[in-house]
Each structure stands twice: as structure tokens, then as C-alpha cells.
Ligand binder design. Structure first.
Ligand SMILES: [Zn+2]
Length: 406
């Protein structure tokens, strides 16, 4: 009996100490980030702000942020259950035909496994949904069922400080919805929270076979601005990817075509999955590399280059998004066909469908139905020999090739 009491007391002491250390580390990091953010936001007026004011704001924000991080995610052990009617939504547009087969969403930002205070995440400039709070995993899977999406390449942000907590939910989803999400490890895109290559490796070692890829690595974002794809800070990630057979998903910035080609050449056994408009001018040369793949995603929910078009990321309400989507639909279809049909047909094994879902409204069933309808109308216009490859087979093959880590 005494022994049990000692063990229980030991466990309680351990939990208290571990909690205290986590809190102290988070506090220090958030203080550093918040101070930098305050100076950055103040911009031109930084000179007029006294150190005392900066200290006061930093102190207050650090407390808010720490409280909100510590309080979330660790309490709930089970995923919510949701009622799911799997009846597909009625079509909104007329099309000559629709692709009716399965889809794999090859570009999906999984809702955050932690609640992100806006101020802490300001550098990432990314209003991602929070798992279970904004989007229960079960409702995401329900949306897949309604729209005949087999699975998705799901990008999970794993912040350096919240690895353990993030992994709990990633594994829960993996277990409960087996085969529906192929997990990718994504850096936070906040400099102080980015998971480093050695930590990526330790996560892979602790969870053999769980992760299929690394990314999205968005080089146009503030945290990576000016970092080129062949920068020496990124090479260790590719080496880990090579060793553990992970797909590397990257969104290059402008003028990075040459260095994109360089890494394709330098890491011939690593499969690189790209997206984004920045490398489109060189896409024909890039896609010719055997290890290069590309997702066509927001081009099926937006008119590229038109600032007033519908756009998934404009922070619109659902009603606004739906009405703008309906307004732009014909133009989206026509532009996507003009830009992509012949490229896909020339390289039928190299292009993948995706959505780039990330914000709470993107996981809404009405919005999901529109994205689905646009995809299926577009795919039906492709050469029949390319349709299933683009819809899901290339994605399936890519994650089978990746992720068989020891
Ligand atoms: Zn993305």
C-alpha cells in the first residue's frame, strides 16, 4: 500500500514539475516573440514608444498567451462525435459531365492541434482552424464521406514547444480514422516555434510509419522570407526526408525556379510536391524532373491573378464566399482548363488535385460541396486516361512511395 502511495506522489510531483518547466519555457519564448512583434507592429513609431511601454505590453500579452496555450488541448482525451448524413449536396452549376470517382485531397491544412493566440501567430499570418474547437475531426471526415474524398495529405503544424501535445491528437485521429489522413509534419512558420530537423527526426523515430511527408514549407511567408530552397538551413530537412522516405511539400517564392531545380537534382530520391503560382512560369521544366509533382488546388476555387475574384483566403464570411464563388464559377473553370488541361495531359503522372483548405469556413459542408463540384466538373473535361490519376491515383502512389520509414 505504502509503495502505491509513493508511486502516486511521485507521479504527481513529476506532473507538477513538468508543467512548471513547460510553462516557464513557453513564457520565455512568447515574451521574446511578443516583444519583437510589438516593435514590428509599431513600425515607424517604434522610436516614440518607451521601453517601459514595450515591457508592459509584453508582460500582459505573455500572460494571456501562456494561459491560452497551457489551457488547451491537454484536457480532452477523446474526439467529438458528430452526426453525419452522407447524402451529397445538390449540384449548383450545370456542366456537360462530372467525374464521379474517388478523390484524394493532396493539399489540406489540418486544423491546429492547439489553440493559437492571434498575437503569437501573427508572423505566420494564417488564420487556421482549431481542431475539435472550430472543426471536429469527425466533421472533417464526414465532409470527406459526403463528397467521396477517400483521404487527404494533411499538413499538421507541430510547434517545437508543443510536440508532445500535437502528437497526441495526430495519433488519435490516425487511430480513429485510419487511412483517411496521410500526416505531414509542418513547421509553425513562426521563427521561434519552428520544429528543427533533429526534432523532426526524433518525432519520426518515436512514431515509425506515422508520417508520410514534411511540409508545407511556404518560402514566401515571413518566417522564411529570403530563404532559398537550397539554403543550408533547409538541407537537413531534406536529408531527414531522404532517410525516412518522406515527401517534401514546398511552396516556393518568386524567382526560386533555379534553386528549385537544384534541389530536385541534388536530392533525386526525395519526392518534392510543389504548389503556388510563383513557379508556374517554369512549371513545364520543373515537372519534367522525375521527382517533381505539383498540386492544382486554389486554381479551382479562384481566378488566379484577379484581385477581386472569390479567393479562399480573403477572410470572407461563408455567405460572401458562396455568393462570390457562384459569380466567378464559369470563369474559374474556363481559366483552369486553359492553364492546366494540356499540361496535365502531357504529364498525367505528375499533377494532383488539392484544395488548400485551412480556415474554419473551408471545412463547412456547403463550401466543401462547391469545391467538390468545381473539381469534378474540371476533371471530367480532362482526357479520360488522365482523370483518375489526377483525381487520386497520383496522390496514392506518391504517399505509397513516401512514408515507408523504418
Ligand atoms: Zn497550403
Amino acid at each position: 500500500m505504502k509503495k502505491i502511495i509513493y508511486i502516486v506522489v511521485g507521479i504527481v510531483i513529476f506532473l507538477v514539475v513538468a508543467g512548471f518547466i513547460t510553462k516557464a519555457v513557453i513564457e520565455k519564448v512568447t515574451r521574446d516573440i511578443t516583444e519583437r512583434e510589438v516593435r514590428r507592429i509599431a513600425g515607424d513609431q517604434a522610436e516614440q514608444i518607451t521601453q517601459e511601454e514595450i515591457d508592459r505590453i509584453t508582460q500582459q500579452k505573455t500572460e494571456d498567451i501562456t494561459r491560452s496555450i497551457i489551457g488547451v488541448g491537454t484536457t480532452s482525451n477523446s474526439l467529438k462525435t458528430v452526426e453525419c448524413d452522407k447524402i451529397p449536396a445538390a449540384r449548383q452549376f450545370s456542366a456537360p459531365s462530372y467525374y464521379e470517382g474517388p478523390l484524394i485531397d493532396a493539399h489540406l491544412h489540418m486544423p491546429f492541434t492547439f489553440d493559437v493566440p492571434k498575437s503569437l501567430y501573427a508572423q505566420a499570418d494564417f488564420d487556421g482552424a482549431v481542431l475539435e474547437k472550430d472543426v471536429p475531426a469527425a466533421s472533417l471526415i464526414c465532409l470527406f464521406d459526403k463528397t467521396n474524398v477517400k483521404s487527404a495529405l494533411g499538413f499538421y503544424v507541430v510547434p517545437s514547444l508543443l510536440k508532445t501535445q500535437s502528437l497526441v491528437q495526430i495519433k488519435q485521429i490516425h487511430k480513429q480514422f485510419s487511412g483517411r489522413i496521410a500526416p505531414f509534419i509542418m513547421t509553425a512558420h513562426v521563427s521561434a516555434l519552428n520544429i528543427q530537423p533533429a526534432d523532426v527526426e526524433s518525432v519520426l523515430q518515436a512514431n515509425p510509419g506515422l508520417f508520410k511527408g514534411f511540409g508545407e514549407l511556404a518560402l514566401y511567408k515571413d518566417a522564411y522570407k529570403g530563404v532559398s530552397p537550397d539554403d543550408e538551413s533547409l538541407l537537413p530537412y531534406y536529408e531527414v526526408a531522404e532517410k525516412y522516405n518522406l515527401v517534401v511539400m514546398m511552396h516556393p517564392d518568386n524567382n526560386q525556379q533555379a534553386t528549385v531545380k537544384k534541389i530536385l537534382q541534388d536530392y533525386p530520391t526525395v519526392k518534392f510536391l510543389f504548389h503556388g503560382h510563383e513557379i508556374v512560369p517554369a512549371i513545364a521544366e520543373i515537372i519534367a524532373f522525375p521527382n517533381a509533382f505539383y498540386t492544382i488546388d486554389t486554381d479551382l476555387s479562384d481566378v488566379p491573378g484577379e484581385s477581386n475574384s472569390v479567393n479562399l483566403y480573403a477572410g470572407k464570411t461563408k455567405a460572401q464566399f458562396v455568393s462570390d464563388f457562384k459569380r466567378d464559377y464559369d470563369k474559374i473553370q474556363a481559366t483552369a482548363l486553359k492553364n492546366w488541361k494540356s499540361l496535365i495531359e502531357q504529364h498525367p503522372d505528375k499533377f494532383l488535385w488539392g484544395t488548400d483548405r485551412a480556415y474554419t469556413i473551408h471545412f463547412d459542408s456547403e463550401v466543401g460541396a462547391l469545391l467538390d463540384e468545381s473539381a469534378r466538373a474540371f476533371i471530367a473535361q480532362l482526357d479520360p486516361a488522365a482523370q483518375e490519376k489526377f483525381a487520386y491515383k497520383n496522390a496514392e502512389r506518391l504517399i505509397e512511395m513516401g512514408g515507408e520509414n523504418e
